[in-house]
Each structure stands twice: as structure tokens, then as C-alpha cells.
Design a protein around this ligand. Structure first.
Ligand code: MG
Length: 246
């Protein structure tokens, strides 16, 4: 099954085989189980404004910038864009509700996968739309020895954000890699679109509440049910990635 997906990617890209050097990781819903809190914070914020917003929408919009999500809801419900002041007010409220929750736990399986990839001698690059202050110290605390500042693409590095390929294209630059040297681990439809738009082989983990078809329709090359499942499959998967040729 892995081999079919890998062959089909190599063939579409006209690569004879992978020359894997780096794994690019999304953060929310991949390294941290933070999406339930993000989604609840969005729902409460919009409901306080009298605007409908469902949990499923929270998951579907994951990866979009805050203003992007707010404008989609404003256009749909009010037929206009939000003003800069409204965006500021809504995003501040959403962030406050998110911050009021306890720190999201590390996703089960994430540490084990990162440790394996480090032992494999592959670079780990973080590619997130998050603009959290102290992100580096948070990563050092929960994933010691895995990421340095120069291995991270954050909200401060990108102007457009997912689903635009920009964050993953910048991730490739940080990894000194081409798509032939890299794979992406993502959980969100828009993140998958961004990774595929950057031309990178994409592994999805369905860690949230969306049905699989949302991730498959976004174009993922492989799909796992959890990070623990991906971590368990990794030794075999890596072998196949490294040894499959056209
Ligand atoms: Mg994510």
C-alpha cells in the first residue's frame, strides 16, 4: 500500500527515487493535541458575536490565518468583510479563551516518531501558522533537542499562510531541501493542500473530528489514524520510501 502511493508520487514528479533528508512537521493536531481547545475557543468567540460556527468548521479551517477565518464567517453571515478593528477584537478574544485553557498535551506518539527520525539522521523542521510567543522555549521544553529557531517556520515568517504553499516552500528552504528530499506530516485539509501545492509527499494523520474523506480529498498521499500508528509504522515506511524507485 505504501509502495503504490510512493510510486505514484515519484512518477507524477518524474523523480527516479526519494533522497530523503528532512521531515516537515505541522504543529497543532500533529505534535500537540491542541485542536479541541482551538475549536472550542473559535466557537465560543463567534457565538458571543451571535454568529453561527460549528466544531467541524473549526477543524476544516485549521491552518488559515485568524483574519482569514473571521472574514469567511463575516462574508457568509453578514455579506461583508470584517473591519480591521473587528478582526483585532475577535482574534484577541479567541486567543484569550485559548490561553485560558491548560497547555495542550503532547500528541501521543509524537515524541516517539521524532526520536526515530532524529536517530535516522533526518532533519526535523516545524512548519506552523502559529504566532505564539515563546514557541521556541515551548518546543524545547516538550521536545528537547528536536528543533532550533532556524528549523522553524512560524506565523512571523509567512505572509499568506496555509492553504497557500508558502509555509512549506519556506520549510524546504530552511531544510536546504527540494521536494525530492522531504516529506510532510499534516493533520488538516488546508495544511495538506499547502504541502501538496509545494510539491511535497504528504502523510496525513487524522487526529481530529473530521471524516477521512476531507483529508483524502485534500490530496494526501498516505493517511494514518493517529501519530501513534504512524510512529509504529515508521521503520517499515522509511525503508520503503528510501528503497522504492521507478
Ligand atoms: Mg495542524
Amino acid at each position: 500500500m505504501y509502495q503504490t502511493a510512493i510510486r505514484s508520487y515519484l512518477s507524477a514528479k518524474n523523480y527516479p527515487q526519494f533522497d530523503l533528508k528532512a521531515v516537515l512537521f505541522d504543529m497543532d493536531g500533529v505534535l500537540f493535541d491542541s485542536m479541541p481547545t482551538h475549536t472550542k475557543a473559535w466557537c465560543q468567540t463567534f457565538h458571543e458575536q451571535g454568529l453561527p460556527f460549528t466544531e467541524e468548521e473549526g477543524y476544516l479551517h485549521e491552518g488559515r490565518t485568524g483574519s482569514g477565518t473571521i472574514n469567511i464567517v463575516y462574508q457568509r453571515e453578514l455579506g461583508r468583510e470584517a473591519t480591521p478593528e473587528e478582526i483585532e477584537q475577535i482574534y484577541t478574544r479567541k486567543s484569550a479563551l485559548f490561553d485560558a485553557h491548560a497547555e495542550a498535551p503532547v500528541m501521543p506518539g509524537a515524541r516517539e516518531l521524532l526520536e526515530q527520525i532524529k536517530a535516522n539522521g533526518l532533519k526535523r523542521i516545524l512548519v506552523t501558522g502559529s504566532g505564539q510567543k515563546k514557541l521556541l522555549s515551548k518546543m524545547n521544553h516538550f521536545f528537547p533537542g528536536q528543533f532550533t529557531r532556524s528549523d522553524m517556520v512560524t506565523a512571523y515568517d509567512v505572509t499568506i499562510g496555509k492553504p497557500n504553499p508558502e509555509p512549506y516552500l519556506k520549510g524546504l528552504v530552511k531544510a536546504h531541501a527540494t521536494p525530492q528530499n522531504a516529506i510532510v506530516v499534516e493533520n488538516a485539509p488546508l495544511g495538506i493542500q499547502a504541502a501538496k501545492g509545494a510539491g511535497i509527499f504528504t502523510i496525513a494523520v487524522n487526529t481530529g473530528k473530521l471524516q477521512d474523506h476531507h483529508l483524502l480529498d485534500a490530496g494526501t498521499d498516505l493517511l494514518f489514524n493517529s501519530m501513534a500508528e504512524l510512529s509504529a509504522a515508521w521503520p517499515e515506511l522509511l525503508k520503503i520510501i528510501q528503497n522504492t524507485s521507478l
